[in-house]
Structure formats: structure tokens, C-alpha cells
Design a protein around this ligand. Structure first.
Ligand SMILES: [Zn+2]
Ligand SMILES: [Zn+2]
Length: 410
């Protein structure tokens, strides 16, 4: 009994014992008993071993004690996998499967009983078989890292579930029209179901930046849903100018992955009546969401103010100059008190220039740290923002219009 095979971990004797103890199919022998030759499938390896040890094999292929003939169904599993992904555009995929617990238990039992190393599991063989065939017949590639489609086969019930990798699109949006919220804003009364208060739309506003951008993309990609991730947001009545605010659009369960982004850009503009424009539209990865969410982009604003009395230009210029380079303290503004935590925020004002003064109206350009409440910097918000322009000027000022001129930092 010294006939150990140096190429495999198993001695002839051990293989004989396995074949004598169990009825096994070629697949199961192949997975349990040997190193495969290059390009060899488990079934082919198993067949080779069986033939070599035929005098010891009592196995009839169809009555495998380990898999109970599961591998005879492989072509069926392949077919349902093929059919289920046929509607989807993808380049990479990965197969996973669920199998009966009885089979895994039996498999582990045999492995333990004969102290087998270098075996492959039933799951591995199914995944490999279907993976290789899909690669060949669909000309797609298996990818273990971020596949476009994850195909999960339940061999017990012959059903497939798919996990489709979302598409991630980066862009910077302009909002040229006031009165548009950034994202879908569900009705406070019915939370989206539709009621009298919202005229059965489920929404507080008919449109949003999100909807104008996402709708054409969801249609073109035949997706189920989307999520809009903006790098901060502007108030509803604030325009977003310059080259726009960074965002990532997450497109869920897309059937089409290669989109004509240039034509979608045009479509977004025309369908929003030029209220929205998208710049630098491109494909990106999931990690870009965290990047733009965490970044603290410096902003440049243009604010039109309205004073209670005519403004003295020189005095306003001095006030603007005095704000330059200062740090302001802002208690949570009255208008957002219900939605935000109450605290004092310290924010840096980098620049403050007077652009124009006309009687009781003026335009000012302000560059400040991310998260500055500009309206409150002007009005003072009952003293909650210190210092503030109204107090420094000694004239109560309100904000007529506010634009974000630039989101810096990329
Ligand atoms: Zn078997
Ligand atoms: Zn409602």
C-alpha cells in the first residue's frame, strides 16, 4: 500500500475506498478525488478517475449518493440563467447558488470521513459550469469584483434571482429657475400616497431638479428607480449658476447600461424648458457618492438685498470689507429650526464685495465656507447670526434673490 500519487493528495488506496464506499457520479468523483488537468471539467476528471479505478467502482452514475443527480439538471439551470439575463445589457457577471442543505451536509461528511483536501464544492462546480458557458455563449466575462449582474440560482426550486449593479452617473447641475426643490418632496399630509392637500400628486412641488434629470435617464436605461445624491443643496428659491453643483445619480436595476449621455443632456435641458442643465455628465463609481457628500465645497454667492432705507454705497462697502476674512457665528436659523439640530455654527467668510447699489437695493458677492446661511448673514435672523450685515449697516435688510454662482473645489 505505498502507491501514493505525488500529483494528487490522494493515494490510490484512498480513492478506492471512496469509490467502494459510495455511489458517486463523475461530477462528484471529480470534485472530491483529484487535481484537474488543465481545462478539464470536474465531470471529465471524475470520468478519468472512474475509468482508471474501474474495478473498484461500484457506482452507477445516475444514483449518486452525494448530489442525488443534481448535476443532470445543469443544462436546465444554465437555460434559466441565460433566459433571465437575456433582457439585460451587461459585460460582467458572477454566479452564485443555493443548494439543498442535505447535499452540503453529505458533502462535508464525505470530506471529513476521508480527510480530503483540495476538494471543490457542489456550489463551485455549478457556478463554474454555468459561468464558463455564459462566458462562451454570451461573450461576457465573470468578475468577482463588482460584476454588472449577480445571478443567484436556487437549485431547490429552479428559480433565479438577479442583483443588478446600479449605474452611477456624475454631473454638475445648473438650476436657472427659482421655486424648484432639489429632490422629490413628498406631501407632508399623505407622504406620497396622494390626497386633497397635494391635489393627489403625492408631492408638494410638481417638479424637482432630481426628476428633471432622472426621468430621461430612467427611461433610457429602462431602470426601476433612482436615487439622487447632491453635494449639498440650495434653497428652493435659490438658483444654481456657474458650472453647477456636483451630483451623482444612482440608476437602479437598469436594463441598458450604455447610454448616450450627450443626447440625455440635451433632453434634460429641453424637457425642463431650460430650467435645468447638466454639465460634465459621465459614468462614475459608487464611491463618488461619499466623496461629493463629504466634501466641503466653498461657495460663491450673489445676493440681492433690499434695505428699509436708501443705502449709502460707501458705508455698505466698508461693511462688506469688514466681513471679509471674519468668522461668523450662526445659531440654527428660525426657518429651519424644525428640521435641523440646534447649535451654533462657525463659518468663515472669505470674500465680500459690493457689486452694485441702486437706492434701497444692492448686489453683493460673497465667498464663504460650505454650510453658511447667507440669508441670515444679511438679515441677522433676530440676532442669531453674529456679526451680520443689517446690524453692521444699522439698516434692516432683507434678501430679494440669492444665486449660487459657483461651487468650488473640484
Ligand atoms: Zn454526484
Ligand atoms: Zn398629499
Amino acid at each position: 500500500m505505498n502507491s501514493s500519487n505525488s500529483k494528487s493528495d490522494y493515494s490510490h488506496e484512498k480513492i478506492h475506498r471512496i469509490l467502494e464506499s459510495y455511489h458517486l457520479c463523475d461530477h462528484c468523483i471529480g470534485r472530491l478525488c483529484t487535481h484537474r488537468k488543465e481545462e478539464e471539467l470536474f465531470q471529465q476528471a471524475g470520468k478519468r478517475i472512474r475509468e482508471k479505478h474501474s474495478t473498484f467502482s461500484k457506482t452507477v452514475e445516475s444514483s449518486c449518493e452525494l448530489c442525488h443527480g443534481l448535476f443532470e439538471e445543469l443544462p436546465d439551470f444554465y437555460q434559466i440563467a441565460f433566459d433571465s439575463v437575456n433582457d439585460y445589457e451587461f459585460n460582467t457577471f458572477l454566479i452564485g447558488c443555493h443548494i439543498d442543505e442535505d447535499i452540503s451536509t453529505k458533502e462535508n461528511q464525505v470530506i471529513e470521513e476521508f480527510d480530503l483536501t483540495n476538494t471543490a464544492s457542489v456550489k463551485q462546480e455549478i457556478n463554474e459550469y454555468i459561468g464558463i458557458r455564459l462566458e462562451e455563449e454570451m461573450e461576457k466575462k465573470v468578475s468577482f469584483k463588482h460584476p454588472d449582474i449577480m445571478i443567484i440560482i436556487n437549485t431547490q426550486f429552479n428559480v433565479i434571482s438577479l442583483q443588478i449593479k446600479p449605474l452611477y452617473l456624475f454631473g454638475r447641475y445648473n438650476k436657472f429657475q427659482r421655486g424648484l426643490p432639489q429632490t422629490k418632496w413628498f406631501c407632508r399630509q399623505c407622504h406620497g400616497k396622494g390626497c386633497r392637500y397635494c391635489q393627489y400628486t403625492g408631492k408638494l412641488y410638481e417638479n424637482s431638479v432630481e426628476e428633471f434629470i432622472a426621468k430621461p435617464v430612467v427611461n433610457a436605461s429602462q431602470a426601476d428607480d433612482e436615487a439622487f445624491h447632491g453635494a449639498g443643496r440650495e434653497d428652493i428659491d435659490v438658483r444654481m449658476l456657474g458650472d453647477g453643483r456636483p451630483f451623482v445619480l444612482e440608476v437602479k436595476n437598469p436594463k441598458k447600461r450604455s447610454l448616450d449621455l450627450a443626447s440625455l443632456t440635451k433632453q434634460i435641458k429641453s424637457e425642463s424648458d431650460s430650467a435645468i442643465a447638466v454639465n460634465y455628465f459621465k459614468y462614475t463609481e459608487r464611491s463618488d457618492i461619499a466623496r461629493i457628500k463629504e466634501a466641503h465645497f466653498q461657495k460663491v454667492y450673489v445676493v440681492k438685498i433690499h434695505a428699509r432705507v436708501p443705502i449709502q454705497k460707501e458705508k455698505l462697502k466698508k461693511v462688506a470689507e469688514s466681513l471679509q476674512g471674519t468668522t461668523i457665528n450662526q445659531q440654527t436659523p428660525t426657518r429651519v429650526e424644525k428640521r435641523r439640530a440646534k447649535k451654533v455654527r462657525r463659518r468663515q467668510i472669505y470674500r465680500c464685495n459690493v457689486l452694485e447699489v441702486d437706492e434701497d437695493r444692492a448686489s453683493i458677492e460673497i465667498e464663504s465656507e460650505s454650510g453658511t446661511y447667507i440669508k441670515e448673514l444679511i438679515t441677522g435672523d433676530d440676532g442669531k447670526t453674529q456679526p451680520n450685515l443689517s446690524a453692521l449697516l444699522n439698516v434692516a435688510c432683507s434678501v430679494d434673490a440669492l444665486d449660487v454662482k459657483q461651487v468650488k473645489g473640484e
